[in-house]
Ligand binder design. Structure first.
Ligand SMILES: Cc1ncc(COP(=O)(O)O)c(C=O)c1O
Length: 369
């Protein structure tokens, strides 16, 4: 689906008559530190690679990714963002009935619809902070041949542990589970959660370079699949799906492990400092409810009577883009999501949200009085 995503800085910049880079985009869930400066330098130096065709199957880049993750390169495929792979999966696997564990990223559903696959949503409970209940998933997925589970999940930030996911996948061996780990690098000790080294024959793992490395414009994603499923996916692979600059970026990232580890560790430290501060301030000063998040964005339920389009507009007037969550199945216009940025930007956005809620409350009090 082309519409319905966050990150539309181009639209807001047109309204304000400013540059897209003048918009504070808290709607896109990308690394608050920005991209790695050394990676950007490397890409600038390697710009001439775009004058030749890239490797048709991105083989060298895949080999580097597989080596770094200690997995077999034959089990890895790359795509033009993980989105391209999401759309390939239901078609290539010939799925008939899918379950999407939500509220979540809309493209799993849209990929199923595009390929005529019946798709149902299993909505996690708000009372459980949207943490997936694997027992409910097991019941709902019996008879389905495909399940999408985003871990940690967008937009809720909720996460299931590896043991629970493994038990679930084992319990339904005829069902293929797609575990989307696009946001896992933001979580402390991601290697204790990741399913990428799972040997289970019915588990696909999605990985995106867009979020953690803040290079969404390069469009790079991976899927790791057991060999029989990889054969099916490979039948739908497109030549030159990953451009030359993107291949150069991944090869650099996968061969600079120390720098990458330091960067991701700094990212997690920033999130660990900024997230509780933002949540504490909102909880102390407003009736906004923030849901616990394992990652870099926060889902919020707005105070009664205040709706997401109003908040979106008032923040947009200040050139801040937040995510109106009304179009996530299982949520409504009572929800927004913000993705953390740097200290000053977070503070400004939270100040505005507090101010907006206070004005809303005062208006309510004036009406009551
Ligand atoms: C959960 C999830 N998976 C995958 C994607 C797609 O990422 P990309 O296509 O840039 O790899 C997104 C983008 O927002 C997402 O939120």
């Amino acid at each position: 689906m082309i519409g319905g995503h966050g990150g539309n800085i181009y639209h807001l910049a047109r309204i304000h008559g400013c540059r897209p880079s003048d918009i504070c985009d808290m709607s896109a869930n990308v690394n608050p530190l920005g991209p790695m400066p050394d990676l950007m330098d490397h890409l600038a130096e390697n710009l001439p690679v775009i004058t030749a065709l890239p490797e048709v199957d991105a083989g060298s880049m895949i080999a580097a990714f597989a080596r770094q993750n200690a997995i077999d390169p034959q089990t890895v495929m790359a795509g033009n963002g993980s989105t391209q792979l999401i759309y390939r999966i239901p078609r290539a696997l010939g799925s008939r009935r899918a379950i999407v564990v939500g509220p979540t990223y809309a493209d799993y559903h849209d990929a199923c619809v595009m390929h005529g696959v019946a798709c149902e949503h299993l909505i996690c409970r708000e009372a459980d902070d949207f943490v997936p209940d694997t027992e409910r998933i097991r019941e709902a997925a019996a008879g389905a041949d495909l399940v999408f589970l985003c871990n940690p999940n967008n937009p809720t930030g909720a996460m299931a542990d590896r043991e629970a996911i493994t038990d679930l996948c084992r319990a339904l061996p005829e069902t293929v589970f797609v575990i989307d780990e696009s946001y896992l690098p933001f979580v402390p000790q991601p290697e204790t959660i990741s399913m990428i080294r799972s040997e289970l024959p019915n588990v696909l793992v999605l990985n995106s370079m867009s979020k953690a490395f803040r290079i969404p414009g390069l469009r790079i994603g991976f899927v790791k699949a057991p060999p029989p499923l990889m054969t099916k996916l490979a039948a739908y692979a497109l030549p030159w799906s990953v451009n030359s600059l993107a291949q150069a970026a991944v090869t650099w990232l996968m061969t600079h492990a120390d720098a990458v580890d330091a960067f991701l560790s700094e990212t997690r430290t920033l999130i660990a400092a900024e997230k509780p501060k933002a949540i504490a301030r909102l909880h102390a000063s407003t009736a906004i409810r923030c849901f616990p998040s394992a990652t870099t964005f926060i889902l919020m339920r707005l105070p009664a009577g205040l709706d997401a389009p109003t908040v979106w507009q008032q923040m947009a007037d200040q050139r801040i883009l937040v995510r109106d969550c009304a179009n996530f199945q299982g949520l409504s216009d009572a929800f927004i999501r913000i993705s953390l940025k740097n200290l000053a930007e977070n503070q400004r956005a939270i100040d505005l949200l507090v101010d907006l809620c206070r004005r809303h409350e005062n208006k309510g009090a004036a009406h009551a009085g």
